[in-house]
Design a protein around this ligand. Structure first.
Ligand SMILES: [Zn+2]
Length: 79
């Protein structure tokens, strides 16, 4: 992650804990049909390790892995 994003997250830490609903939209590409789609992730305070999560493509309906640090809470959605 870039230092810029880490700075934003640090600034949001208090609000994230209070609301518990801070989320971020991330573009991902299907590994099968290359379709761009958007996933929503829950932004947690602090650092998290990147991990693979599986989503189902909106176009070809196949599962593919995305590498994100935060838990996916919605999507994928059309761009
Ligand atoms: Zn696909």
């Amino acid at each position: 992650m870039s230092g810029y994003i880490q700075k934003i997250r640090a600034g949001l830490t208090e609000r994230v804990i209070e609301s518990g609903m801070e989320k971020s939209k991330i573009p991902v590409y299907c590994q099968h049909c290359k379709r761009k789609q958007i996933i929503h992730v829950f932004v947690r305070a602090g650092r998290s390790p990147m991990n693979n999560q599986t989503v189902t493509c909106i176009a070809c309906k196949k599962d593919f892995d995305v590498l994100v640090a935060d838990p996916i809470i919605g999507g994928p959605f059309p761009e």
